[in-house]
Each structure stands twice: as C-alpha cells, then as structure tokens.
Design a protein around this ligand. Structure first.
Ligand code: HEC
Ligand code: HEC
Ligand code: HEC
Ligand code: HEC
Ligand code: HEC
Ligand code: HEC
Ligand code: HEC
Length: 397
C-alpha cells in the first residue's frame, strides 16, 4: 500500500506558495480545499440537495470574477501572430472548443436523432427534437400524459467523448438529463444522472447561477459576473492560452511596443507546479493513503489523472520530475500525439540497464498493459486511461 510521500508533500507545500503567484483566475488561486471539493462535484455531482454550503456552489463562486476583469486578457487568437506553432496545435485541441453557446437559429445535427432514452424506474422517456432553430430534449412521463421541453443553450464537451447540454432562462440553468456520446453516435444518460441516481426534475438538474458557475469555470478562461447573475457575454469561453499562462494583455502590449508588462504567470519550472496547474481543472491530487480519494471508487479513479498518477511508483520514485507534461504536450490533444510518442516517454525511464525495465521483456505496447482504458460511469460509453501506473492495473489493491 502506497503511503504519503515526499513529492506529494512537496506538491502540497507548493500549492500554498503558488496560490499567490497563480493569479490568473480565482479558481486557481482558490484555496486547496475548494479545489478539492471541485473534484467531487464536477460531472458526477448530486446537485441541489446539499446542506449549506453547497459544494458545487462553493466551486462555482470561486471562479467568478467581476465584469471588467476580462480586460487583462488578450484572448487566444491574439497569440497566433507571434506563437504560430503553439497556436496551430492548440486550436486543433479539445481545450479550444470545450464550450459552445448555441447561436440563434443554429441547429445541431445530434438533435435530429430518432433515438429515445428511457428511465423505467421513474417512467420517463426522453426524445430529441430539432427544427426552426430549436434543439430540444423532450421528457415524457405518466405514459406520455405529461411532457416537458428543455431547450439546449450551451454545449459542454468538444465531442471527443461526450457532450452535455445546459438550458438557460432568467432564473438560472438546467443540466439536461441526457448527453450525446459522439464516438458511440448515441444519446444516453448524463453521467451521474442515470436511473436510480437522486432524482430532481424530469428534464435534469436545475442549477442556480452560482452552481452553473462550477461548470463554466473549468470550461472558460475567465468567467465574469456575480453569484446571482453570470455575465457570459464578457466571459472568455473555452480553456484558453491564458488559462495556463495567465492574463497576457500586458505581455501582448509590451511585445507589440505599446506597454511594458510581462506574463502574469511566471514560467513554470518544476513538476509540482505543473501538477498544480493542470489539476486545478483535472482534479487535485489527494493523500495517497486515502483508499477512496474524494469518494471516487476505483472505477472512477481513471477520470482523475492527477489523483491516479500520484499513486504510481513512477511518480513517487521520480522525486518531483514526473508531471503531466512529461508525457503530454500541453498544446496538443492526445490524438495529435502518436501512441509511440507516449511509449517513448515510458522508455526514457525504463530502457537502459541501470533503469527498471519491463519484467515481461516488452519493448512496446506499454499503455495497453499499464495504463488501460476503463469505463468510469457504469455502462455509459465514457472511458479514460487509468493514470495509476502499476504492474497489474487490474489487480484491485
Ligand atoms: C507581438 C508578439 C507577441 C504576441 C502577440 C504574444 N507574444 Fe508571447 N512572446 C513574445 C516574445 C517575443 C516572447 C519571447 C521573449 C520573452 O520571453 O519575453 C514571448 C514569450 C512567451 C512565452 C514564454 C515565456 C517565457 O518565460 O519563456 C509565453 C508562455 C507566451 N509568450 C505566451 C503568450 C500568449 C498566451 C499570448 C497571447 C495571449 C502571447 N504570448 C502573445 C511575443 C508575443
Ligand atoms: C481551465 C481548466 C483546465 C486546465 C488548467 C487544464 N485543462 Fe486539460 N482539459 C480541460 C477540459 C474542460 C477538457 C475537456 C476538453 C473536451 O471538451 O474534450 C480538458 C481536456 C484535456 C485533455 C484531453 C484531450 C484529448 O485529446 O482528449 C488533456 C490531455 C488535457 N486536458 C491535458 C491538460 C494538461 C496537461 C494540462 C496542464 C498543462 C491541462 N490539461 C490543464 C480543462 C483544463
Ligand atoms: C473542476 C473542474 C470542472 C468542473 C467543475 C466541471 N468540469 Fe467538465 N471537465 C473538466 C475536465 C478537466 C474535463 C476533461 C476530462 C474529463 O472528461 O474528466 C471535463 C470534461 C467535460 C465534458 C466532456 C467529457 C469528455 O471527456 O469528453 C463534459 C460534457 C463536461 N465536462 C461537462 C461539465 C458540466 C456540465 C459541468 C457542471 C456540472 C462540469 N463539466 C464541471 C473539468 C470540470
Ligand atoms: C493546458 C495549458 C496550456 C495551454 C492551454 C497553453 N499552454 Fe503554452 N505552455 C504550457 C506549459 C505547461 C508550458 C511549458 C512550461 C511553461 O513554460 O510554463 C507552455 C509553454 C509555452 C511556450 C514556451 C514554449 C517554449 O518552447 O519555450 C509558449 C510560447 C506558449 N506555451 C504559448 C502558448 C500559446 C500561444 C497558447 C495558446 C495558443 C498556449 N501556450 C496554450 C501550458 C499551456
Ligand atoms: C520520469 C521517469 C518515468 C517515466 C516517464 C515513467 N516511469 Fe515508470 N517508473 C519510474 C520509476 C523511477 C519507477 C520505480 C522503479 C523502481 O522502483 O525500481 C517506475 C516504476 C514503474 C512500474 C512498476 C510499478 C510498481 O508498482 O512496481 C511500471 C509498471 C512502470 N513504471 C511503467 C511505466 C510506464 C508504462 C510508463 C509510461 C506510460 C512509465 N512507467 C513512465 C519512472 C518513470
Ligand atoms: C506517464 C505518462 C503520462 C503522464 C505523466 C500523464 N499522462 Fe495523461 N495520458 C497518458 C496517456 C498514454 C494517455 C492516453 C493517450 C491516448 O489516448 O493515446 C493519456 C490520456 C490523458 C487524457 C485523456 C483522457 C484519457 O484518460 O484517455 C487526459 C485528460 C490526461 N491524460 C490528462 C493528464 C493530466 C492532467 C496529467 C497530470 C496530472 C497527466 N495526464 C499525466 C500519459 C500520461
Ligand atoms: C503484454 C502486457 C505488457 C506490455 C506490453 C508491457 N508490460 Fe511491463 N509488465 C507487464 C507485467 C504483467 C508486469 C509485471 C510482472 C510482475 O508481476 O512481476 C510488468 C512489469 C513492468 C515493470 C516493473 C518491472 C519490475 O522489475 O518491477 C516495468 C517498469 C514495466 N513493466 C514497464 C513497461 C514498459 C516501459 C513497457 C513498454 C515499453 C511495458 N512495460 C510493456 C506487462 C506488460
């Protein structure tokens, strides 16, 4: 059993000192506690029935900045002139298109699906409706006697794995109970909202603006407004260059000769800093001797790369050298990176005589055996690679 270790303590120490330097956004600067809470509420959240304070609301509020804050940000498109290479990869990666506002008149093809999704337990049947600029989910209950219609306004998810939709009206938002899974070309329940999950409204989970701010926070570069009313017009949608590099208006002005500023976020030099940055959205690592980190079962661990990775011998025995960007190019999608490029990272630490090499004598195929894909939401088609690198990942420890 893995115990709390040097690098994790170092990481936790870093979190404190980084709190002040990573002033890009309240979310990153938010207390570790809040970020930890983020982990448990994201997508698997059980919303609306919490005792105060509502954890999703706490996370949401931590992301909201006053209108006007966006002025310090230049926007990802501004960077392309001078940083063509990073920009080309970035704009082809899911970070750049993880959130989309459905425009007036826009019709989305997935809403033309003739498919239905049924919750037998509560007697609700979901179907889709498209046309005349509408993209709707229809929830029929009572044998079809009652129908409610939800109009999709916001699309979360680039489509690599899943797309979840939010409605929006004057009082707030609602996360629709069915999600589209592009790889499987099918609609099914939104993770955490399947039959048997705590039941809210037939159409889905209503969110106050502060609760919806949790979703928007992790999927935007700057989220402006107040806890009572989000200002999504001034917000910068999607995970932008400045989500990781900090507000860069001054940097752009100084580079073009109009000002004297630098990047707000200093260059990140070590593993723990990078782990902190990526994990501010991809979920913060927690103590490795916690058998069920943040209540996530073994099967959900695969969704939280940071939480899983810090359990690996690779991480523990590398004394802070191993981080997300050892293997990932932060400007690229996993698709843009060839499997062999990931393997070459494994081999950089596991090929020579004085390193530990595969006891099965394998020279390739590392990922399939040591970081296999796993389902993270029961029978829903949502699969992630488990970042807890082990000799036998399927052996439950
Ligand atoms: C007008 C040209 C220009 C624009 C526009 C520009 N940069 Fe830069 N950037 C530079 C130059 C020149 C350097 C290298 C010199 C330096 O480090 O200051 C640089 C360096 C950087 C670095 C590396 C910093 C380091 O410490 O090594 C990052 C990260 C960066 N820019 C991000 C951005 C982002 C994000 C944007 C868009 C919001 C952007 N830049 C827009 C010219 C530009
Ligand atoms: C501001 C929040 C945020 C930060 C910071 C962030 N990510 Fe992400 N990341 C996301 C979201 C949201 C997605 C989902 C994109 C989608 O809709 O497919 C994602 C997706 C990804 C993916 C999946 C891409 C694919 O090909 O499927 C990788 C890999 C990734 N991020 C790596 C990183 C790394 C490495 C860092 C740190 C250098 C990082 N992320 C920092 C929010 C963030
Ligand atoms: C703590 C930050 C965080 C919060 C809060 C959050 N997300 Fe995400 N979301 C991510 C990251 C990181 C990813 C990419 C990896 C993954 O899917 O877990 C992602 C991925 C997604 C995806 C795409 C799944 C895929 O991988 O293709 C959808 C859809 C999504 N989120 C919807 C939501 C909705 C709706 C909410 C609000 C209930 C929400 N998210 C709240 C960080 C967050
Ligand atoms: C998911 C987080 C993330 C996003 C989004 C992101 N970067 Fe980076 N970028 C990093 C990290 C991490 C590094 C390497 C460590 C560092 O310098 O902080 C880096 C390095 C760089 C460098 C220095 C490269 C070098 O060779 O020295 C530049 C320039 C840069 N990024 C520009 C951009 C631009 C422009 C965008 C948007 C088009 C962007 N980045 C988007 C995380 C990100
Ligand atoms: C930065 C270096 C580094 C990278 C990159 C790395 N590892 Fe490791 N890994 C280590 C170290 C160090 C150990 C501990 C070796 C020891 O105890 O002798 C280790 C241990 C392991 C173990 C044994 C785990 C156990 O529980 O005993 C496996 C399996 C493994 N690595 C596979 C991989 C795979 C597969 C990759 C690529 C996805 C990878 N490693 C990437 C450094 C690394
Ligand atoms: C030892 C190498 C390694 C490290 C370190 C690593 N990853 Fe990964 N990651 C991978 C591989 C391999 C894949 C699967 C790529 C593919 O689909 O071909 C992956 C996939 C992902 C995905 C896509 C979803 C999935 O699971 O298939 C996300 C998101 C992600 N990593 C985030 C992170 C974050 C955040 C960190 C740091 C906390 C991190 N990774 C550290 C190797 C690594
Ligand atoms: C066909 C599946 C398979 C493939 C492919 C594979 N491994 Fe392994 N590997 C194993 C198994 C099984 C063990 C553990 C044997 C045991 O229990 O001692 C292992 C053990 C290891 C160990 C621990 C060795 C030790 O002495 O503790 C490392 C490190 C490792 N593998 C790295 C890799 C790397 C790097 C790659 C890719 C170049 C790779 N493996 C490819 C199945 C595989």
């Amino acid at each position: 059993m893995v115990k709390t270790n040097f690098t994790l303590q170092q990481l936790n120490g870093r979190l404190k000192s980084l709190k002040n330097s990573l002033v890009t956004r309240t979310g990153i600067a938010a207390s570790v506690v809040v970020v930890l809470v983020a982990a448990s509420v994201c997508y698997f959240s059980v919303n609306g029935t919490f005792d105060v304070p509502d954890p999703q609301e706490m996370v949401g509020v931590s992301w909201i900045k006053p209108v006007g804050s966006e002025a310090a940000f230049a926007g990802s498109k501004t960077c392309a002139d001078c940083h063509a290479r990073e920009s080309r990869s970035y704009f082809a990666s899911p970070h750049s298109r993880t959130l989309h506002r459905i425009a007036a008149g826009e019709e989305r093809p997935e809403f033309a699906a003739k498919q239905t999704v049924t919750d037998d337990l509560n007697g609700v049947r979901y179907s889709l409706r498209k046309g005349e600029g509408k993209n709707q989910v229809v929830a029929a209950s009572g044998g079809g006697a009652n129908t409610e219609v939800g109009e999709a306004r916001w699309v979360f998810g680039s489509g690599t794995r899943a797309r979840t939709y939010l409605t929006q009206n004057d009082s707030g938002f609602l996360q629709l109970r069915v999600t589209y899974y592009p790889p499987a070309k099918m609609w099914n329940f939104t993770p955490g909202s399947g039959p048997g999950a705590p039941y809210h409204e037939a159409l889905g989970d209503p969110y106050s603006p502060a609760q919806a701010a949790a979703c928007f926070g992790c999927h935007t570069t700057v989220l402006t407004g107040t806890r009572k009313s989000l200002d999504l017009t001034h917000s910068l949608l999607n995970v932008g260059c400045e989500s990781c590099h900090g507000a860069a208006r001054n940097h752009v002005d100084s580079a073009t000769g109009d000002g004297a500023g630098q990047l707000v976020t200093p260059r990140l030099h070590n593993g723990p800093q990078i782990m902190q940055l990526c994990s501010s959205c991809h979920r913060m690592p927690v103590a490795t001797d916690d058998a069920k980190p943040m209540g996530a079962s073994e099967s959900q661990l695969a969704r939280f790369p940071g939480v899983a990775l810090v359990r690996s011998r690779c991480f523990i025995a590398s004394a802070g050298k191993l981080s997300c960007i050892t293997c990932h190019n932060p400007h690229q999608s996993t698709e843009q990176q060839k499997p062999s490029s990931f393997e070459s990272k494994c081999l950089s630490c596991h090929s020579t005589a004085h390193q530990t090499t595969c006891s099965e004598g394998k020279k390739s195929g590392c990922i399939n055996c040591h970081m296999p894909q796993e389902s993270v939401a029961g029978r829903l088609p949502l699969r992630f690679h488990n970042h807890w690198i082990r000799k036998d990942p399927f052996e439950m420890t």
